[in-house]
Design a protein around this ligand. Structure first.
Ligand code: BGC
Length: 438
């Protein structure tokens, strides 16, 4: 080993010791922090994934043709008819935010024709969310567009950005002044990857889609602020661990100056001993071994990058294999508590985290399959009534919300991994945070 390397290692150890000395003091005073009363606890779903009985769209076509091995879609969780009771379920949890999407394909099934039945449904949905004392978080595009848009070449055709903006403007106009938080595109980088896989596109088409999403978001951001002043607008980003830098280079980096908060979807972390997150990309997300502490590092790192913006965990959740218990015994309730614990520690360390949505209120169509189940309430697609069955995370979420977080002294079920990709410096050197909390 050369002299230079020895000096570097020595320096790293010294730095580690310096930080080690400061961490306990910060953690000990800070960790008693509870989430404030106005913290935005929420639940999330998307129209296409949960509604069922869906009109012609890119995704109903993929499901029909089996593109990318997509399975049939059918009734999904029948949210289209069961939304009043699902909204009541959310209310009973104590959440303040209900996130779903207003589906373009349902609202405008033929170019220029807006379906009055679809509008009556979405009007009633938004009305009920508000009547239940919750704030609607509405996604304008959760990866689904009408069949006629697919026929005109989807994002390859410059007309699509114009049509998309006209639809977005129509929706924002309709639901303005109702305290809506607006999401333009759900996880634009993941949207591109899904389209790449199911629509099958060339790299040139992928580049077209990238420019289209960037341009549409930038214009929509300004338009929404014009029509619905005082609202918050973003496009939530899918945190992708090992691949986060290239993934953000796709769209996030080009629109980050037009965001009112950083919306993070955190599902999977990775570490030297755990690369199981790869399973999430191969359609078996239940095989990904959760790393809840990653949420702490991710929140801190986005806050460092965007010191002036608040952070909001727009999605977080865990999949099981068709509702079967995980082989390691880790339950949905454990998963929820552990993530809230680490989010609470981030808050204690000064991260301006303002909200958290659980994905999802019920099981739904997981982009080609009903096998991965993310629901707080589980739903069997073999059951014609699509009855909702509460999982163990339902009482857990209720008590977390009622008590402003996990109780003092809570020790996460999952031990933090060594050398986590989410912050190599801190976790390889064991700098921070203290585990379990003092
Ligand atoms: C998407 C959801 C999806 C969830 C679980 C997120 O990336 O926004 O539509 O169901 O992850 O995989």
């Amino acid at each position: 080993m050369g002299r230079m390397w020895r000096t570097r290692i020595l320096l790293a150890i010294l730095l580690g010791l310096v930080f080690c000395g400061t961490a306990p003091a910060r953690a000990a005073t800070g960790f008693q922090t509870k989430f404030p009363k106005n913290f935005l606890w929420g639940v999330a779903t998307s129209g296409f994934q949960s509604e069922g009985s869906f009109p012609d769209s890119n995704w109903t076509r993929y499901a029909r043709s089996g593109a990318g091995k997509a399975q049939p879609y059918g009734l999904s969780a029948d949210f289209l008819h069961q939304y009043p009771a699902d909204i009541q379920r959310a209310k009973a949890l104590g959440v303040k935010v209900f996130r779903t999407s207003i589906e373009w394909a349902r609202v405008e099934p033929r170019k220029g024709y807006r379906d009055p039945k679809a509008l009556a449904y979405y009007d009633d949905l938004v009305r009920r969310i508000r009547a239940a004392g919750m704030r609607p978080m509405l996604t304008l595009d959760h990866w689904v567009y009408p069949g006629w848009v697919a026929d005109q070449g989807a994002w390859d055709n410059p007309q699509t950005v114009k049509d998309w903006l006209a639809e977005a403007q129509f929706v924002v106009q309709r639901y303005r002044h109702l305290g809506v938080t607006w999401i333009t595109f759900n996880e634009p980088s993941a949207y591109m990857i899904e389209e790449f896989e199911h629509r099958t596109m060339t790299l040139a088409q992928l580049a077209n889609m990238r420019s289209a999403l960037i341009s549409a978001h930038r214009q929509a951001y300004d338009m929404i602020h014009r029509i619905d002043p005082g609202t918050m607008v973003t496009s939530n980003t899918a945190y992708t661990s090992l691949l986060n830098i290239p993934s953000e280079a796709l769209v996030f980096d080009s629109i980050a100056d037009k965001m009112d908060f950083i919306g993070i979807d955190y599902y999977y972390g990775a570490s030297l001993g755990n690369l199981s997150t790869i399973n999430a990309g191969t359609g078996q997300p239940w095989k990904a071994d959760p790393e809840p502490e990653g949420l702490y590092y991710v929140l801190k790192s986005y806050q460092r990058r965007f010191p002036d913006l608040p952070m909001y965990v727009v999605e977080n959740g865990m999949s099981t294999d068709d509702g079967k218990p995980r082989p390691d015994g880790y339950t949905r309730s454990d998963h929820l508590k552990d993530h809230v614990y680490w989010m609470q520690r981030a808050l204690a360390d000064g991260v301006k985290v303002i909200g958290y949505n659980y994905w999802s209120i019920t099981d739904n169509y997981e982009w080609g399959s009903y096998e991965p189940r993310f629901g707080l309430y589980t739903v069997n697609t073999t059951d014609p009534k699509r009855t909702r069955h509460p999982t163990d995370a339902v009482p857990t979420y209720r008590s977390i919300i009622a008590n402003g977080g996990v109780p003092k002294g809570y020790v996460p079920v999952r031990k933090p991994a060594w050398c986590s990709v989410e912050d190599l410096v801190a976790t390889c050197l064991g700098i921070t945070p203290i585990y379990p909390a003092p």
